[in-house]
Design a protein around this ligand. Structure first.
Ligand code: GUN
Ligand code: ZN
Length: 438
C-alpha cells in the first residue's frame, strides 16, 4: 500500500511520459520503469533503475500503466448537472439549461455539495490539474476552494464575470464585481496550488466597463491568468459584432480591453479569421480545444492545423456541461475524430501532449506539472490495461507506443480498463480498492 502521507517511495511499472524538451513527440516509455517520489511530493528521478541514493525507499510494484495526470484546461464545475441536456445550440443551451442551474450556486451549501462531487469525479478520471469556471457568486468559488482541501488538485479558477445578457440573479454591478474579485484573488494567494484566472465569461455577458476592469486587473498583477470563450458559434459571433460594432473581429474585442496576452486561455476558437490566428500567435495566447462540447452543441469543427501551423499552444478541455464527458481519453478520441472530419490526422502523442504539457503551458505551470520529470510534482495516475481485452489483446498487439496510446483512447472508455488511482504531489488521493491493487 502506498502511503497517503508524504513519504518518499518508488513506483515501478509500465511508465509513460512525454518529455518537455521543446518537441511535442519526445517521450519515455519503459515496460519496467521506475519513478522515485521524494517527501516534498516532487519527482526525484525516472528511468529504468533506481539511483543508489534512493535504494532504501519503499517500492510499490504495479501492473498498471503509470502516466502523467491530465490537465483539463477548460471545464465548468457548476454545469455537471446539465451535462447531456437535449437538443440545443450554444445560446439556447445557456438560456434553457445552464443559467438556471448556475443561479443555484448563490447558495453556499448547494455549491459545497456540487464542488465536492465535481472534484471527486475529475480525480477519478485521472485529472490532476484543471482551469475551472465557477459562477458569478463568491460563495461558489469558496466552495471550490474548501472542497479541494481534502482532494488536493492543482486548480486555477476565478469569479465568472457577467453584468448583462443573462437572468438578473447571475448579474452583478461593477462595484460588486470589483469587491468580490479582490477578495477572491487574496484568498487564492493563501492556498497552495490554487491560481486565480480573471474570468469574463464571454463578450456577450460583459459590458465594456467590466471588460476594461478585467484588463486592469491583468495589467496590475502579472501572476494572474485570463480565461474566456471565443468564436464558438456563428450566432454568437454575429451577436458579438452587433454589440461591439467598433471591433474588427471577436479577438479584437478582447484585445482592445487588454485581455489578449500569453496569459490568456481562449476556449473554442473554431471560427477564426486568418487575422485572428495571426494576432493570437503574436500574443502567445493559448487555445483550449473542447471537442466533445463542439460536437455535442454542433458548434463546428476546430481547425488544428490553423493553430499548429502558427505554433500556437493548444490544450484540451472537457468543457462540461457543453462537453459530455470528464474522461480525458474520450476528449482525446473526440479531438482525433474532429480533426479527421477536417481531413487532418492527429498523432496520438500530440493528443497526449495537448492534454498534459499543452495544458501545463496554458496555465503557465510547465515547470512543475504536465510530465513526469525530475523536479516536477508527482501528479500521476495508474491506468488499468489488463482487466479487459484492451490490455490482453490491443495493448500487447499494438506495435508502438503511439499505437498503444491510440487504441487506449478509443477502446478504453467502453471497456473495464480505466484509471484506477490518482496521485497529486506524491500523495494517493483516490484509488479503486479492488482494481488498483494498492
Ligand atoms: N460561452 C459562454 N458561456 C459558455 C458556457 O458556459 N459554455 C460554453 N460551451 N460556451 C460558453
Ligand atoms: Zn466553456
Amino acid at each position: 500500500m502506498v502511503s497517503e502521507q508524504n513519504e518518499p517511495f518508488v513506483i515501478r511499472g509500465k511508465l509513460f511520459t512525454l518529455l518537455d524538451d521543446g518537441e511535442k513527440n519526445e517521450y519515455l516509455y519503459d515496460d519496467d520503469g521506475v519513478m522515485v517520489v521524494g517527501s516534498e511530493g516532487r519527482i526525484l528521478s525516472i528511468g529504468s533503475q533506481v539511483p543508489d541514493e534512493y535504494s532504501h525507499y519503499q517500492v510499490v510494484n504495479t501492473q498498471h500503466l503509470i502516466i502523467p495526470g491530465f490537465v483539463d484546461a477548460h471545464v465548468h464545475y457548476p454545469q455537471l448537472p446539465v451535462i447531456a441536456s437535449y437538443g440545443a445550440s450554444l445560446l439556447d443551451w445557456l438560456d434553457k439549461y445552464t443559467f438556471p442551474e448556475e443561479i443555484r450556486y448563490g447558495d453556499r451549501s448547494y455549491a459545497d455539495g456540487r464542488a465536492a462531487r465535481f472534484l471527486a469525479l475529475i480525480l477519478e478520471k485521472g485529472v490532476t490539474s484543471a482551469a475551472v469556471f465557477s459562477t458569478i457568486h463568491d460563495v461558489a468559488l469558496e466552495a471550490l476552494q474548501v472542497s479541494n482541501r481534502d482532494i488536493g488538485l492543482n486548480l486555477v479558477s476565478g469569479i465568472t464575470g457577467m453584468d448583462q445578457g443573462a437572468p438578473d440573479q447571475l448579474l452583478v454591478d461593477l462595484a460588486t464585481f470589483k469587491a468580490i474579485n479582490q477578495r477572491a484573488i487574496e484568498s487564492c494567494r493563501e492556498i497552495e496550488r490554487f491560481g486565480y484566472a480573471v474570468t469574463p465569461r464571454f463578450a456577450l455577458s460583459c459590458s465594456e466597463k467590466m471588460l476594461d476592469y478585467c484588463g486592469q486587473l491583468l495589467e496590475a498583477d502579472q501572476s494572474l491568468l485570463m480565461q474566456t470563450h471565443i468564436n464558438e458559434t456563428e450566432d454568437e459571433i454575429l451577436a458579438t459584432s452587433a454589440l461591439f460594432p467598433n471591433a474588427t473581429d471577436y479577438l479584437d474585442v478582447y484585445a482592445s480591453f487588454g485581455l489578449l496576452s500569453d496569459r490568456s486561455l481562449f476556449a473554442h476558437g473554431i471560427h477564426n479569421t486568418e487575422i485572428e490566428y495571426e494576432k493570437w500567435a503574436a500574443a502567445g495566447a493559448s487555445v483550449i480545444h473542447c471537442p466533445t462540447s463542439n460536437t455535442f452543441l454542433g458548434s463546428g469543427l476546430f481547425d488544428a492545423n490553423g493553430y499548429t501551423s502558427k505554433e500556437i499552444n493548444v490544450a484540451l478541455g472537457s468543457d462540461v456541461g457543453g462537453g459530455f464527458s470528464l474522461n480525458p481519453f474520450v476528449t482525446m478520441a473526440e479531438a482525433y475524430k474532429v480533426a479527421k472530419l477536417r481531413g487532418q490526422v492527429l498523432d496520438p502523442l500530440l493528443l497526449m501532449y495537448w492534454h498534459t504539457l499543452g495544458g501545463a503551458r496554458a496555465i503557465h505551470q510547465e515547470e512543475t506539472v504536465g510530465s513526469l520529470e525530475p523536479g516536477k510534482y508527482a501528479d500521476f495516475c495508474l491506468v488499468d490495461i489488463t482487466s479487459d481485452y484492451v490490455g490482453s489483446e490491443i495493448w500487447e498487439r499494438a506495435a508502438t507506443v503511439r499505437d498503444k496510446l491510440f487504441s487506449l483512447m478509443f477502446a478504453m472508455p467502453d471497456s473495464k480498463n480505466r484509471v484506477v488511482a490518482t496521485f497529486t504531489a506524491g500523495i494517493l488521493r483516490w484509488h479503486d480498492e479492488i482494481q488498483s491493487g494498492l
